[in-house]
Ligand binder design. Sequence first.
Ligand SMILES: *Cc1c(COP(=O)(O)O)cnc(C)c1O
Length: 366
Amino acid sequence: MQFTDLKAQYSALKSEIDGRIQRVLDHGQYIMGPEVAELEMALATRTGARHCITVSSGTEALLIALMALGLKPGDEVITSPFTFAATAEVIVLLGGVPVFVDIEPDTCNLDASQVEAAITARTRALMPVSLYGQVADMDELNAIAARHGLAVVEDAAQSFGATYRGRHSGALSTFGCTSFFPSKPLGCYGDGGALFTDDDALAQAAREIRVHGQSARYTHTRVGVGGRMDTLQCAIVLAKLARFDWELGRRAELGARYQRALAGLNLGLPAVRPGRDCVWGQFTVFVDQREQVQAALKAAGIPTAVHYPGPLHRQVAYADFAPPRGCLQADLAAQRVLSLPMSADLTEDDQDRVVAALAAAVGRRD
Ligand SMILES: *Cc1c(COP(=O)(O)O)cnc(C)c1O
C-alpha cells in the first residue's frame, strides 16, 4: 500500500498526460510556453480569482507574495507554528519576523480568536495555513486584517480544491498560494506552484518578480527571482485537471469513510467546520503513544507519516521567534498527529486494512 498512490493516477491519465508532454516536446517552448497561460486561465476560472500566476514551487509562491506586498526587514507576519517550514521560512528570508500564534486543537489551523492580541505597529500581514486540506477561518481573519489594514496570504499548499462558504481556497484573501508538489491534492511531476489574487497591481508585481523583476525584457523594475514554472509541469497539471473533480469527490468519500469507520476508536478525529469541506491533503488523526501505533501499522504493511513532529517555534532555525508563552496546542498536536494513507486512488479494501490495523493498535473507547 502506498501513502499517496500516484501510479494509479498516472495509469488512469496516461494518454492525456503523455499527449500533453509530447505536444510540449513538439513545440519546444520549454519556458513560458502556451501551456503556462492556459493553466493560469484554467485555474483562475476554477477558483474565481481574477489572476493566477504560476511559479516554480509553493515556497516560491509564498516568497513572491510577500515580495509583491513589499515586506521589509523587521515587518511582522502572524502565522501558524504548526505547518511545513516553508511558511515561516519565506518571512525570515526577507528579514521579516514570524509571529507564531497557536492553533485550534481539532483542525490544527491558526486560532483566529488569538490573532488580534498578537498585532503590533509592525504587523504587515497574516499568513494562515489551510492545513490538511481545510481552509482556515478566512472570514474572521480577513475581518481582523481589514480592521488593522493588513494583507492576508493564505498558504493553500494543501488545500487546492477546497471550498469555504462556497468560495475557493486560494481566492479568499489578498493572495492565495498553492503548491503542485506531486503529493499535494493537485500535483505535477516535479516542483510547481501558483499565486492567486484579485488585485491587478499585486498580480503585475508578482508576474514581474517571477522573472527577475522585469517589466519588459532586460528592464529590471524591481528585484525579483527566477521563479517560473516549467511549461512541461504546466502541461502535466492541465492533463490532471481532466480528472480533478472526480478525484475531489473520491477524496471526500474516502474522508467520510475514514471518519465513520474510525469513530468509536480510541483516537481523535480531525474536525471539519460547517460551511467548509476538506480535500484531505492529509487525513490526520490524533493518537496517544504515536510511536507504538506507527510501529504497529508499519508491521501490518501500512505506511504513515507525521505532519508535523516539531512545531516551528521549537526548531533551532526559528528558536529566536518562539513566543514567550509558547504554543501549547501546537506542542500537543505535534506529539499526537498521525497521517494515514490518503489519495483519490486509495482503494476501499486498502482503507479497510488501515482501519483494522488502527483498531487493533489503539482499541475502542470505553
Ligand atoms: C508543501 C507545502 C509548502 C511548500 O510547497 P513546495 O511546492 O514544496 O515548495 C508550503 N506550505 C505548506 C503548508 C505545504 O504543505
